[in-house]
Write a protein of this length. Structure first.
Length: 398
């Protein structure tokens, strides 16, 4: 039996009660692909590789995952990097392969090549702000070249027999918010859904996402619109959905910090209790992620680099996690990084235990996550706690 602490949430999702706003449906249809729940892991180069996508899927609560961006030109040339990035695992379906490029012919050809991998969806990147991508006319450059963008969508649409989606930003800068018009042109060319990161290219990742601008895209099209940008918690997901009227929610950075976030959002949308990981489960999740990275790569330097990248995002909800980040950043080998993680969590759990005993002594009520601490062990015991959590979440996924 799952003894994980939970907190109650309202039976009706908060956003569903707002006058004039339809509730978010439990299923999002992207062409013939069923995305249920309507929660999507955002593509993130260097973070959401096959390892992470598989791990996140195992948690439940994620309706769709997207590969990191893949260069259409490289895929056509057959480079190892592009083929690796476009590889998908059966247990992560439904999954979209994201392509980027500026030439409609090359995009269409690479989309056909992708079909061998059998993705459920082909996604086209129209949001990448990096100069290396935009100076070739791809990624966010398409936000100010709508004719080319439409030609790409039309060519890919004709080339493949599966849904085509677009991931875009709001526009190039604040003076050219082209997303509604771009989305409309994409729909006319046969796109099945769009995801909108509510920032302009000029903003890169600065400032706050403008969720209200997603509403303008939603008003311009009749295909599903997925909202993205700065969703960091259940509360912000519900707020984004309410402000934008989007049909689904896409989460990027915060899902690396908190791999349970999509599950938690899906639980809130379904009006179910929200899963709250214990410290022990957070430790095991992180170690599992590290173990999977090691299993996929033989080069210790590359493994350590990836571990540091992951830990860079791992500070949410873990008390004192900044010190964990510092310690792992100074590690000289993958083994040292794992040892630092174990040291950090051993200490954190000891401190949590002391706090609980002090609170018990003072007759104070314990909070739910702390009270679970007594049931947890470390090492093998904790590992099996983690497995139980994964299994129980899979079963409980909406
Ligand atoms: C490290 C990193 C890599 C990213 N790589 C991609 C990518 O390959 N394709 C893409 O469409 N967006 C990419 N993005 C953008 C994210 O998908 C997402 O739109 C953005 O991070 C905003 O969402 P968030 O606030 O939930 O993180 C990347 C973002 C980050 C931080």
């Amino acid at each position: 039996m799952d003894t994980t602490p939970t907190v109650p949430v309202p039976a009706v999702p908060a956003h569903a009660t707002q006058p004039g706003l339809a509730p978010v449906p439990a299923v999002l249809h992207v062409g013939q692909v069923r995305v249920a729940p309507p929660t999507v892991l955002a593509p993130m180069e260097g973070l959401t590789d096959a390892t992470f996508r598989t791990l996140l899927r195992a948690m439940g609560g994620c309706g769709l995952v997207v590969t990191e961006l893949v260069s259409a030109r490289e895929l056509r040339l057959g480079t190892a990097r592009a083929r690796r990035a476009a590889r998908i695992a059966e247990d992560t379906r439904p999954v979209a392969i994201q392509l980027y490029g500026a030439d409609p012919g090359t995009m269409a050809e690479s989309a056909r090549i992708c079909e061998d991998e059998g993705p459920d969806i082909i996604d086209i990147n129209m949001g990448c702000p990096s100069k290396a991508v935009t100076r070739r006319g791809a990624g966010a450059a398409l936000l100010r070249d709508l004719d080319r963008a439409a030609a790409i969508v039309g060519a890919v649409r004709k080339a493949v027999n599966r849904p085509v989606t677009i991931k875009m930003r709001l526009g190039w800068d604040a003076t050219s918010l082209t997303a509604p018009e771009l989305a409309r042109r994409c729909e006319l060319e046969g796109a099945d859904a769009v995801a909108v990161h509510a920032r302009t290219r000029e903003e890169m990742y600065r400032g706050s996402a403008h969720w209200e601008e997603i509403a303008r895209v939603k008003a311009a099209v009749s295909i599903p619109v997925i909202g993205n940008g700065d969703v960091t918690s259940v509360g912000s997901a519900l707020r984004m959905l309410r402000v934008s009227g989007a049909d689904g929610v896409m989460v990027g950075r915060a899902a690396v910090r908190n791999p349970w976030l999509l599950l938690q959002i899906s639980q809130a949308l379904a009006g179910r209790p929200i899963f709250r990981p214990t410290l022990s489960q957070q430790r095991e999740m992180l170690l599992e992620h590290f173990a999977r990275v090691r299993a996929r790569c033989d080069h210790p330097g590359a493994v350590l680099g990836r571990m540091k990248r992951i830990i860079g995002y791992w500070i949410d909800g873990v008390p004192n996690a900044e010190s964990l980040r510092r310690q792992v950043f100074h590690a000289r080998s993958p083994d040292e990084a794992v040892a630092e993680v174990n040291r950090f969590f051993d200490q954190a759990m000891r401190e949590e235990g002391t706090a609980i005993r002090a609170a018990d002594g003072a007759g104070t009520n314990r909070c739910a996550p702390c009270s679970s601490f007594r049931r947890e062990g470390t090492g093998e015991r904790a590992r099996s706690d983690f497995r139980r959590a994964v299994v129980s979440n899979e079963h409980g996924k909406p």
